[in-house]
Design a protein around this ligand. Structure first.
Ligand SMILES: [Zn+2]
Length: 110
C-alpha cells in the first residue's frame, strides 16, 4: 500500500478547489436581509400604526417606520422597521382601501 498516486490526486483536488475560489470578487458583500426588521402597516379609521412598535406612522410613500406621525409628531422616532405587508386595523377599512393606499404592499392575511 505505497501508492504515490494518492498524494498527487490530493494535490489535484486542492488545485481544483483553489480554482473554484477564483470567482470575480468585485461585488461587495450583500447586507444581511434576514436580520432586517420587517413589520406590517396597520391601517385604522383615523390613523395608521406600525405593527412592530404600535406607534402611529405615515401611510403614503414610506418604506420604513422612520417618523412617528399623529397629534404629536416625532420625526425620526420610528422604530425603523420596514413595511413588507399592509393590513386593516378596522372593519371600515377594506382590502380595496388598502390596495388603493399602497398598491406596492401585499395585504396580509388575517
Ligand atoms: Zn415602528
Amino acid at each position: 500500500m505505497s501508492e504515490s498516486h494518492s498524494s498527487n490526486t490530493f494535490i489535484e483536488l486542492v488545485k481544483q478547489l483553489a480554482h473554484l475560489d477564483q470567482s470575480p470578487d468585485t461585488t461587495p458583500a450583500p447586507t444581511p436581509v434576514a436580520s432586517e426588521l420587517t413589520t406590517t402597516l396597520l391601517v385604522g379609521d383615523f390613523e395608521s400604526r406600525c405593527g412592530n412598535c404600535d406607534k402611529p406612522t405615515l401611510v403614503h410613500e414610506v418604506d420604513r417606520h422612520t417618523d412617528v406621525s399623529g397629534w404629536e409628531e416625532e420625526p425620526g422616532a420610528g422604530c425603523g422597521a420596514r413595511f413588507t405587508t399592509i393590513a386593516s386595523a378596522s372593519r371600515n377599512v377594506t382590502a380595496a382601501d388598502l390596495r388603493q393606499l399602497r398598491p406596492d404592499l401585499p395585504i396580509r392575511d388575517h
